[in-house]
Design a protein around this ligand. Sequence first.
Ligand code: HEM
Length: 147
Amino acid sequence: MNSYLLFKSIHLIAVISWMAGLLYLPRIFVYHSEAIANNKSEDLMSTFKIMERRLFIYIMNPAMIVSWILGILLIHTIGLDNFSFLWLQLKLFFVIILTIYHFFLFQCLRKFTENNNSFSPKFYRIINEIPTVLLIGIILIIVFKPL
Ligand code: HEM
């Protein structure tokens, strides 16, 4: 069994799941904040809260943890000397920003749970582009591998 290919496959499955959540959660925040602005029913608000919580706890958190663990195992497999290459340094830089963004979304989720959201629907629409830009950057770096 080639452990490198197995690690890479699990890494890619986890990364796709993590990205799906990072792209979808702020979209739910857009609808949730619009519903608050339009004084929609409490039932609708609790549905949004359940959707946000389940997406974060059951998909995004485990997917992020597995992405990191398998990514670190991949670095170990290809050799720690790869840290001297620009592609790996750039990739880790982008992935750290993605991780900070993940925890920022968690802060927003907590505010929604406490009925204390402080951002507008427009704000969530704008930040929804952050993971898209980072995703494009990471894929270009990993495919072109600049030295
Ligand atoms: C969470 C921290 C991460 C670490 C430590 C990490 C590290 C790595 C390493 C060391 C490889 C193997 C590269 C090679 O064999 O040349 C790899 C492969 C890959 N990673 Fe990550 N990665 C992380 C997150 C991500 C994210 C967030 C994405 C996409 C959004 C991503 C996309 C990929 C892709 C597409 C490959 C396959 C590249 C290929 O086969 O040439 N990774 N990752």
